[in-house]
Design a binder for this molecule. Structure first.
Ligand SMILES: Cc1ncc(COP(=O)(O)O)c(C=O)c1O
Length: 368
């Protein structure tokens, strides 16, 4: 056999449909993409300017360890430089963690549904993975369920908070309790891809727990609130020992020059970050107020997207919106077949979405 059984069986990640593809298929030119939790405000102007200024320097390899970016981020996070490693998106960080720490016969645990990539990477690497279901109806990520699921061979926990695709979160005191109670032989990886958007007091980063808990790793990304999805850059923060191992196993130039430069520019642009977060809060308010008015259910969100209950097969709503040039996401998971996940857009995009969504829901007889 050309490949091993795990690779043969692997079902690759299904990304949101690209705008250009939808426009080609529908013969339109103004499709709206609210499917991949990207930043609708674009990229930070400071990031764009920084990238422009180094375009002619790409004949040289980039700094392998992201020297300047790491210095800047360490200062901002008040963490030692040796406690940060960057990746080609946090996707690469997830892959590095699994390849570096999970040995044959060991397993990862994750809540289900959460970010679809954890089990895909584990399977590709021929490592075991086990899902801990969210609580039915509430979609709660119950930390006791996670701790009860831990077995002899458990090596890494992936906890996504705020959770994609649900938008809910694990309250800080519960996360803290989990980190304190879990064996120090197990790596607790908290995926904070959406943490910048959080507004609830108890939905916050666990970065402050790293010093006391060397088995805790926080993963972050520049793809969301910083608006740099296309550059591909994310990072992990953890003990110098853990990060040291990840530095050993990463490729020598895993983060390209443009990505490093864009991220440096974005970190300087507090104004853009604040505006992005503000746009998101206002968008969520508008969308949830509309859903409340229409009597449509949803999961309150701490992220830049919202999981909406369509009152029937969610794929019909997904299709109806697609035909109207609005790309959202219907996630093929049995717990959320009646939902669509919608990324918060610009005010204009949100207004378009609301108008078309009402239209589709009416046409399907889901609302009066
Ligand atoms: C929870 C979560 N983690 C990680 C990622 C990956 O982000 P990146 O673009 O940094 O690879 C995503 C992207 O959607 C995500 O939702």
């Amino acid at each position: 056999m050309l490949v091993s059984k795990n690779v043969e069986e692997l079902k690759p990640y299904q990304p949101g449909k690209p705008i250009k593809e939808v426009e080609r298929e529908l013969g339109i030119s103004d499709a709206i993409k609210l499917a991949s939790n990207e930043n609708p405000m674009g990229s930070s102007p400071k990031a764009i300017e920084a990238v422009r200024s180094i375009l002619a320097e790409a004949n040289r390899y980039p700094e392998g360890g992201c020297y300047y970016l790491r210095k800047k981020l360490a200062f901002l996070l008040k963490m030692p430089e040796e406690s940060i490693v960057f990746g080609n998106g946090s996707n690469e960080i997830i892959e590095l963690i699994i390849r570096t720490f999970v040995q044959p016969g060991e397993e990862i645990l994750y809540f289900d549904p959460s970010f679809a990539v954890y089990p895909i990477i584990a399977k590709a690497a021929d490592r075991n993975y086990r899902a801990v279901p969210l609580r039915p109806t509430t979609f709660e990520m119950n930390v006791d369920d996670m701790m009860d699921a831990i077995g002899e061979s458990t090596k890494v926990l992936f906890l996504t908070t705020p959770n994609n695709p649900v938008g809910n979160y694990i309250p800080y005191p519960q996360l803290k309790r989990l980190v304190e109670e879990v064996s120090t032989d197990i790596l607790v990886c908290v995926d904070e891809a959406y943490v910048e958007y959080a507004t609830q007091d108890d939905c916050r980063s666990v970065l402050d727990l790293i010093r006391q808990h060397p088995n805790l790793v926080v993963m972050r990304t520049f793809s969301k609130a910083y608006g740099l999805s296309g550059y591909r850059i994310g990072y992990a923060v953890g003990s110098a020992e853990i990060i040291g191992y990840l530095n050993k196993t990463r490729q020598p130039f895993n983060v390209n020059l443009l990505a490093q430069t864009a991220a440096e520019g974005a970190l300087d642009d507090v104004e853009f970050l604040t505006a992005s977060v503000e746009n998101n809060s206002q968008g969520l308010e508008l969308i949830t107020a509309t859903l409340d008015r229409l009597g449509i259910g949803y999961v309150p969100s701490q992220a830049n997207f919202i999981l909406i209950h369509t009152g029937g097969d969610g794929s019909e709503v997904f299709q109806g919106l697609m035909q109207r040039g609005i790309i959202v996401r219907h996630i093929p998971h049995p717990m959320i077949t009646e939902y669509v996940r919608v990324t918060v857009g610009t005010p204009e995009e949100n207004a378009q979405f609301i108008a078309r969504f009402e239209e589709v829901m009416r046409q399907l007889g889901r609302i009066a």
